[in-house]
Design a protein around this ligand. Sequence first.
Ligand SMILES: [Zn+2]
Length: 245
Amino acid sequence: MKRFLLIALVSITSYLVFSQHVSTTIRRYMAKHPDGTSTSVSVGTVSNGSLKNGKLIPYRGTNFQYFDSMSYVNHRAFVHHKLKKTVLSSYNTLESKSNRKYTIMECSNKTGGKLYPHRTHQNGLSIDFMMPLKKNGKPFYGLDNTGAGHYLLKFDEQGYLADDKSISIDFDATVQHILVLEQEARKNGLQIKKIIINTELKDELYAAKNGSQIKAQGIYVVQKLTPMINALHDDHYHIDFAFTR
Ligand SMILES: [Zn+2]
């Protein structure tokens, strides 16, 4: 029993030291990358481009967080300034609608270009958003802090986690996020150009609350993907944005 308590104490202490260390590193990193006054420039396309004066997404806010500290400090959480504004005002709007928390996955490199292993994410206009999950009808966050390994989670064709069918994708929350993103994007001279999710999950997306609005508003969701790309887009939805002006 004593030994168990000792192990528990050591684990808790190292966890606290570690999380303290991470937050200091993150704080320093954020301090080193202030927005400044420069405007961002997206060069080329999402699959062959670069980014000038990219802006760093905050590591966390009241209802959102970035998914992986290593990805963050390796300069993979940069976007165009208009997209940063869009993303932040979207979370603000969502906060007034629900208590749900959201997680952002990879964005673009500080100067854009190839972001291994992604095919796109090259010019600051692409973001991966973690699928919001639920368990027994309630928001579930137990897999939000699994880091880069989250990309490898497997969901079935109805959006249930392969390893535990009590956990599933919250399509209502996904639709709400997409619609708010489009609304805020339009205010900032952007629009959703393309959403990539596993094509087997599109039925569930359209059937969710307000899901028909995605089609009604002309938001494009990808039609066909290679089996590998399809398999990678069950735990997150990738969105490419484009300028309207
Ligand atoms: Zn992506």
